[in-house]
Design a protein around this ligand. Structure first.
Ligand code: C5P
Length: 328
């Protein structure tokens, strides 16, 4: 008999095909409408029973990830523990509470502070791994609730695919679309952007554009709308139409803080990308290619053009956080 001591979960990065940002709310978050899309760039997270909670991070940008209780994956463990102990957890009566602590090991391939929700992905993976380790006590809807409490993008990393996000991004509706596989090129930047910093820059730009006297909400649209052209492009499954409909309200703010990205976006479009945009709050740039071959051409040319640190070819949509079966 094999004794399984740890659970391994693979979790994807996300891009936003639309990111429409409304005014800041009383809690400091912005109401938004977004179309999330999970792509095939994965972190791997292992959860193992331990005396107390802890985290080890290896791989791409590991030194920038907090190793203490601020680590989003550890916050997810704490949120899950609380949800499991709660009265409405929907748990199976036959299982008992797990050991005192969990050690989380994160192998990063998703760059940190890159606009790809890598930290949220790790949190989602930690939720799935610990839930499995503790006997699968939370159902998917309860896991999604716990995820939403940890961060705005965590619930989507659980769900994967392509989905519309509302609220601060945590209220999800899967997008009904044909099973088209899209070919993307990610251009990683030499530098980082802070998500709160980019949202704040957007507020300042909007206030300045509206005359500059009405506070942070001035100049923002009342409530953002889902882009009908993007949704119809996704329903058609035509990459050309999807490429034309990509949009990101955070892009001008990200470009103002990281002007070199203009050159990266322009280079990708000149090299034949069907569409280009900054990923989330940046600074990663995303390009849509017409096929796997065109994505390869684009990736090679972009790295040759010297407009980014490195490139990756990915496809989407892919499934959300999932347990990797132990190898025999
Ligand atoms: O929820 P999460 O911790 O991922 O958000 C990081 C930061 O991004 C927030 O503290 C906030 O400054 C900003 N944010 C926002 N509105 C959103 C999502 C994130 O202002 N809908």
């Amino acid at each position: 008999m094999t004794i399984v001591t740890g659970v391994t979960v693979r979790v994807p990065a996300k891009i936003n095909l639309q990111l429409a940002v409304g005014p800041p709310r009383a809690d400091g978050y912005h109401s938004l409408v977004t179309v999330f899309h999970a792509v095939s760039l994965f972190d791997e997270v292992i959860a193992e029973p331990a005396g107390r909670d802890g985290v080890t991070v290896t791989g791409e940008g590991a030194a920038r990830v907090p190793a203490g209780p601020d680590n989003l994956a550890l916050r997810a463990v704490a949120a899950l523990r609380k949800a499991v102990a709660g009265p409405a957890a929907g748990r199976k009566a036959s299982t008992r509470v797990g050991p005192a602590g969990v050690h989380i090991t994160i192998a990063k391939r998703i760059p940190v502070a890159a606009g790809l929700a890598g930290g949220s992905a790790d949190a989602a993976a930690a939720l799935v791994a610990c839930n499995e380790l503790w006997g699968g006590r939370l159902s998917q809807p309860h896991l999604l609730e716990a995820a939403a409490r940890v961060g705005s993008d965590v619930a989507f990393a659980l769900l994967g695919g392509t989905a519309v996000g509302r609220g601060r991004g945590e209220r999800l509706t899967p997008a009904l679309a044909p099973a088209t596989q899209y070919h993307w090129v990610l251009a990683f930047a030499d530098g980082h952007l802070s998500t709160p910093g980019v949202y704040a820059a957007l507020d300042r730009r909007r206030a300045a554009a509206a005359g500059g006297t009405g506070g942070p909400a001035q100049g923002a649209p009342a409530e953002p709308d889902l882009d009908a052209a993007l949704m119809s492009a996704l329903r058609s499954g035509e990459a050309r139409l999807v490429g034309q409909a990509l949009s990101n309200d955070l892009q001008p703010a990200a470009l103002s803080l990281f002007p070199a990205l203009r050159k990266t976006l322009a280079a990708g479009l000149e090299l034949g990308a069907l569409g280009a945009l900054v990923a989330g709050s940046g600074p990663t740039c995303v390009f849509l290619a017409a096929s796997a071959d065109r994505a390869l051409d684009l990736a090679v040319s972009l790295s040759g053009a010297g407009v980014c640190r490195s490139v990756a070819r990915v496809t989407g949509p892919v499934a959300g956080a999932a347990v990797v079966p132990p190898s025999k």
